[in-house]
Design a protein around this ligand. Structure first.
Ligand code: DQQ
Length: 476
């Protein structure tokens, strides 16, 4: 059996032991980044869900604190589920979260810090008015969860969005309040898309059209030109889908810029393992930070054995975009779907890219690669994939090959990959982030000094590497 000690991540956040899932209520308070998360204190499987709590000054080194919220009330006894934090204008933080009762009724609840002078905010108090919100008519009692960070509008009222579904239509409800205790349901939904099912962990925030800094969630209008991002986590396939559009402060609804790429239909934050994500605005560095859950893809039995060293690399490679036009190549009939053979396919241009966590004789290897195919319309399509199918000799592991096609503008002469390797996580950023793929891998041989990095090209045409930088990182 493999030793799982080598697979514990170093600079990706993990609790000391046991199960974690969604990120919850991230915020910055009195010099500390606070990170809460869905946590089972008793086992390495989902259940007994509480809010774990850790703090950091740099988002890399974490100090684990006592549990922030535990299931101790009738309305959350089946679990203190996901939610968000809002920092009020007077600097006070408020947490809103979903409770699941012993009858599986989902409700929205509020908790506040016991002692605002404690920058670590160790103790949280559930207010006596809980539960504040139960599902409105038409929404099932298990289809009403994961309140967003609140945003303040010019009418002086705060608003939150809550994920729900009606039939198979996924949607986001909006409630408004002046005091975070009494809430009014807005008649129109923020947004809805037929066929997408339950919207979990909705996130809704402005992005600037004029600068690269992040924006406070309440920056919904004003001098700054903004668009909004709306994200929903779809339980049906465990992916986080987002779209960019306009929030009408008159109608209080959101309209996607491109209806063909609306929530659940097009863009994903990440094409691998990345779910139930949540952003927060970091006022210290004027940026918006996105946290996601890179769920494990080994067996539940292995998770239990791990109960819970060093391969930490930051690699950046660029290739010259091959001169595809001058070649007379046969039309490739099949569309390049990553899952058709993964990196072991043979094409004309590719697969080519990197092997990481590769054992001496390559019996274990995780491949991240590009593959170019000529489409029937005469255009070349660039696909990028992360292939876990040969990543581990261990049994019971998810071996999906993840990937997506990307749009390469004709003027882009290079293809770039940045890989962050952290024991059992391989994160891929393509063309500076035009697409992201997160994979979980569990090598048994390719660990420590036996884990190698290689460049490869399985295509018949040569590919020119342009730059390569590899950084070995120390333990966090
Ligand atoms: N996880 C939480 C729910 C949420 C789901 C329960 C998403 O609140 O909808 O652990 O992973």
């Amino acid at each position: 059996l493999p030793s799982f000690a080598d697979e514990r991540t170093s600079f990706h956040f993990q609790p000391e032991r046991n199960w974690m899932n969604d990120p919850n209520g991230p915020m910055f308070y009195k010099g500390y980044y606070h990170y809460f998360y869905q946590y089972n204190p008793d086992a390495a499987v989902w259940g007994n869900i509480t809010w774990g709590h850790s703090v950091s000054t740099d988002l890399i080194h974490w100090h684990h604190l006592e549990l922030a919220l535990v299931p101790d009330q009738w309305y959350d006894v089946e679990g203190v589920w996901s939610g968000s934090a809002t920092i009020l204008p007077d600097g006070k933080p408020v947490i809103l979260y979903t409770g699941s009762s012993n009858e599986s009724l989902q409700s929205q609840n509020k908790a506040v810090p016991e002692d605002l002078s404690d920058p670590l905010l160790r103790k949280w108090v559930k207010v006596s008015q809980n539960p504040m919100l139960v599902p409105p008519p038409g929404i099932g009692h298990t289809d009403f969860r994961d309140p967003t960070t609140a945003w303040l509008e010019s009418d002086g009222l705060w608003r939150i969005a809550i994920g729900a579904k009606e039939g198979t239509t996924g949607l986001a409800l909006v409630y408004k309040t002046s005091d975070f205790l009494n809430w009014t349901l807005q008649r129109s939904f923020l947004h809805q898309i037929a066929g997408t099912g339950m919207w979990e962990c909705v996130d809704f925030y402005p992005v600037s059209l004029t600068g690269t800094n992040g924006l406070d969630t309440s920056k919904v209008q004003g001098n700054q030109l903004v668009k909004h991002v709306l994200k929903a986590s779809l339980g049906s396939n465990k992916h986080d889908y987002y779209t960019i559009g306009t929030y009408s402060t008159d109608l209080k609804t959101f309209v996607a810029d491109d209806p063909t790429r609306d929530v659940g239909l097009g863009l994903r934050y990440d094409y691998g393992k990345f779910y139930a994500s949540k952003t927060f605005y970091d006022p210290a560095q004027e940026r918006r930070i996105l946290w996601g859950w890179a769920n494990e893809s080994d067996s539940q039995l292995d998770d239990i054995k791990k109960g819970w060293a060093s391969v930490q690399l930051d690699i950046e490679v660029t290739f010259k975009y091959p001169d595809v036009q001058t070649l007379d190549v046969p039309l490739e009939q099949k569309e390049c779907v990553c899952s058709q053979g993964g990196a072991a396919q043979r094409g004309v241009f590719g697969p080519f890219g990197l092997l990481v966590l590769a054992a001496d004789d390559l019996v274990e290897q995780t491949a991240v690669y590009f593959y170019l195919t000529l489409r029937p319309n005469g255009k070349w399509m660039t696909t990028v994939c992360s292939d876990q199918s040969r990543s581990s000799l261990a049994k019971g592991i998810d071996r999906t090959v993840y990937g997506t096609s990307i749009n390469i503008a004709p003027k882009e002469n290079f293809l770039s990959l940045r890989l962050i390797v952290d024991h059992s996580i391989v994160e891929t950023f393509v063309q500076q982030g035009i697409a992201c793929i997160t994979s979980r891998v569990y090598p048994t041989l390719a660990v420590e000094r036996d884990a190698h990095v290689l460049l490869f090209n399985n295509g018949s045409e040569s590919i020119a590497m342009h730059t390569l930088e590899i950084w070995q990182m120390s333990n966090a």
